[in-house]
Ligand binder design. Structure first.
Ligand code: FRU
Length: 495
């Protein structure tokens, strides 16, 4: 039986969700039924479908007391909306049902593990916010919170850990040992952000195992939404460092999405970090969550929004917050590689190809335009000397456009949505040092009504950003300073 709070959210969704027309939404990116969306949660395969939950406030397009929205899909591209799954209806989560993950329990039920945000009374009778880890079971539509929640409390953390910054459990089953593990983001005064590892034989009794890695105050005071997995022989630890200082060319100031590469020792439960890198070099990319598909692929979906920019939002919309496309993860040269999930190719229509097109100055190509597009451009020098610059513009009309510019001499890629029609002064330009210095570059660009995702050199690096350019701006153009040859492959995406 849904609680009053959940029933209220569902009624609200029924009344107002249906009023949001398809034309107001992206074509192939996830948005909330109505209201606000942030992190992906409970991304899992259950009952023959993919499930994706999300941090959700149905009642307004601003973040507020968190619920969980719910979607299901058969192919990770086309999503069907289900009624909200969780409301903040218990004392231990009355201030919010925060992020968490999901898996199938041994008895076949869908198990959810999440952070409950509640209040507790201190000795001096004042109240403080506390974050605990809770579980719930369900059948894929209706979920019941465990009667003995919470199952993990901050008292179980090493001394000096924060009770308020302790959240976002990512759970998995370790076959060889026959037990469950979860990682959570935490914070200590001494080291800043940390990832803590807990273990359980039965999902309800948990014990602290180790602290997998620490910020050592170099990478933010708190690490949100950790994810931990192995691809091939490499272990990847993903975190969201909060409020860090810009560092080198890799990280910008504020909240980042980072991944660490290293080796995990299963006996000592330690992680030896070999490197730490940015997960994305665009503007709107924050909370991540991954899962393994039934055919063994590690895939990830991401909240496509910087948590820091509230300006720059379109006015009068009935939803706010989008997810990236689902991305397939792989490992190459010790780095995490991201490419659009292959199922997206099923939705490609109207192919257009150009081969060895000479570009000297600015050109548009017949049939290459649109605001729901999967576009790949291969760029190389046309003769002896390399081009000096190559610019791809999308969502272009009149003076409006968003661009990606490659400078082969410096091996830098510039992203720019400065003239995308924004009416607030917000971050609009970023750059990435392309990892392999080369005169050739491959850009795969997914354009949707309100976003652009750039995959550089088959997923080596990505640049992700929202854009709210009027929909009539659907031009795509190519410009070379010095001559370039390009191959173009363009599809319309229809879902
Ligand atoms: C990350 C985050 C999580 C938290 C959730 C709350 O964006 O701050 O740490 O669980 O969002 O909505």
């Amino acid at each position: 039986m849904a609680s009053d709070l959940l029933a209220r959210a569902r009624e609200y969704e029924e009344t107002y969700g249906g009023q949001v027309t398809a034309a107001e939404r992206p074509v192939y990116h996830v948005t909330p039924t109505v209201g606000w969306l942030n992190d992906p949660n409970g991304f899992s395969w259950y009952g023959g479908k993919y499930h994706l939950f999300y941090q959700y406030n149905p009642y307004s397009t601003q973040w507020d007391t968190m619920h969980w929205g719910h979607l299901v899909s058969e192919d990770l591209v086309k999503w069907e909306r289900l009624p909200a799954a969780f409301a903040p209806d218990e004392p231990y989560d009355a201030c919010g049902v925060f992020s968490g993950s999901a898996m199938t329990a041994p008895d076949g039920r869908h198990l959810i593990m999440y952070t409950g945000v509640g209040k507790r009374e201190k000795e001096d009778k004042s109240t403080e916010i506390i974050q605990t880890q809770c579980i719930a079971y369900g059948d894929g539509t209706e979920y019941v919170k465990y009667e003995k929640n919470p199952v993990i409390t901050p008292e179980m953390l090493p001394e000096g850990s924060s009770a308020v910054d302790f959240r976002d459990p990512k759970i998995w089953f370790e076959e060889e040992e026959g037990c469950y593990y979860t990682v959570m983001g935490s914070s200590t005064e001494k080291d800043g952000g940390t990832v803590v590892l807990f273990k359980s034989p039965d999902l309800v009794n948990w014990e602290y195992v180790s602290t997998l890695e620490k910020s050592r105050n170099d990478y933010g005071y708190m690490w949100e939404c950790p994810d931990f997995f192995r691809i091939g022989g490499t272990d990847f630890l993903l975190v969201l460092p909060m409020k860090m200082q810009a560092s080198g060319e890799e990280f910008h100031a504020g909240n980042n999405a980072a991944y660490m590469v290293g080796t995990y020792d299963k006996k000592s439960h330690t992680f030896a970090r070999k490197g730490i890198f940015s997960l994305d070099y665009g503007i709107d990319f924050y909370a991540t969550q991954s899962m393994v598909t039934p055919d063994g692929r590690r895939v990830m979906i991401v909240w496509m929004q910087t948590p820091e920019v509230n300006a720059g939002r379109p006015s009068g919309t009935r939803w706010f917050g989008q997810m990236t496309v689902v991305r397939e993860l792989s490992e190459r040269g010790g780095r995490l590689i991201q490419n659009p999930v292959r199922e997206l190719e099923k939705y490609r229509k109207d192919p257009v190809f150009y081969k060895d097109r000479f570009v000297d100055g600015k050109v548009s190509l017949p049939d290459v335009s649109g605001r729901s597009v999967d576009l790949t451009v291969d760029v190389r020098p046309a003769g002896g000397d390399s081009y000096q610059k190559f610019t791809l513009r999308v969502a272009e009309k009149g003076g409006l456009y968003t661009s990606v510019t490659y400078d082969p001499a410096e091996s830098i890629l510039y992203f720019d949505r400065f003239r995308s029609g924004l009416r607030d002064y917000v971050i609009s330009q970023t750059k990435a040092h392309v990892r392999y210095r080369d005169e050739e570059i491959r850009l795969r660009v997914l354009i949707d009504r309100f976003s652009v995702e750039v995959f550089v050199n088959d997923g080596e690096q990505t640049m992700t950003s929202t854009l709210y350019t009027p929909q009539e701006a659907d031009g795509i153009s190519f410009e070379a300073v010095g001559a370039a040859l390009i191959d173009v492959e363009k599809y319309t995406i229809e879902v």
